[in-house]
Design a protein. Structure first.
Length: 240
């Protein structure tokens, strides 16, 4: 694996380390009016390990893999999570995530490359896979890759933040009778680094399971559907 994210520690100093200690607690309100506290706690070192494993899964751990456009698709896949970026006037069944990632990283104080320094909602500048592949060795593409290689930690933060926001969406979509089990299974998984990685990776790969456009023949394959099918109790789980 190309290791290009370590320089982030020097750039942002020790205050950055404190901020990146992801003691992520949030309160969700479900339709019954019940409020539940679910804490997702991930240390800085565990967060980096999660990010690097996702980078390995999605991009073979390479810098070149951080900028991709798969055959048969109408969008670029960028960063460790292959975040989707649609060209102008193009849309598809999958949620666009790259502009949200750029806004998140910018909000953390990281300098954006010129390509990304305009409107936060700007479309992908390459209109097709052929254009994208033809630009592989341009200065813009090299700067984009370097930016993505230098922000692995922030991309991981973004993925974990997405996991946080997934629970209220899933509870809202789930049948009322399924919500307690759904929340219990989420908490059971989220309380260990290994479980947190599995949740983050699955949400990134298959989504939350709440978008009907991402279903196949009416069947969802997102985290909602996976957790709904689990019935092991919290007390019966032994993390490790």
């Amino acid at each position: 694996m190309d290791k290009r994210d370590s320089s982030r520690e020097q750039r942002y100093g020790e205050n950055r380390r404190t901020r990146v200690l992801l003691s992520l607690a949030f309160v969700t309100s479900i339709c019954t009016g019940l409020q539940t506290l679910v804490a997702v706690t991930v240390s800085h070192s565990d967060a980096l390990r999660i990010g690097k494993r996702i980078w390995q899964n999605e991009c073979n751990g390479t810098i070149a893999g951080l900028t991709s456009w798969n055959e048969g698709e109408n969008f670029a896949s960028l960063g460790i999570g292959h975040f989707i970026w649609y060209p102008k006037d193009q849309r598809g069944p999958f949620e666009e995530s790259f502009p949200k990632l750029v806004s998140f990283i910018s909000g953390r104080g990281a300098k954006l490359p010129k390509l990304l320094s305009g409107d936060a909602e700007q479309p992908c500048p390459w209109n097709s896979r052929a254009e994208f592949l033809g630009a592989q060795h341009t200065a813009e593409m090299n700067q984009l890759r370097q930016f993505l290689a230098d922000t692995v930690d922030l991309q991981t933060e973004f993925l974990i933040a997405r996991l946080q926001s997934a629970l209220p969406k899933m509870l809202s979509e789930a049948a009322p009778s399924d919500r307690a089990n759904l929340e219990q299974q989420f908490e059971r998984m989220a309380r260990t680094p290994q479980g947190c990685y599995a949740l983050v990776d699955y949400v990134n790969f298959k989504g939350e399971g709440v978008l009907h456009t991402e279903r196949y023949h009416g069947q969802g394959w997102g985290l909602l559907q996976v957790l709904a099918g689990m019935h092991r109790s919290v007390n019966s789980y032994s993390g490790g």
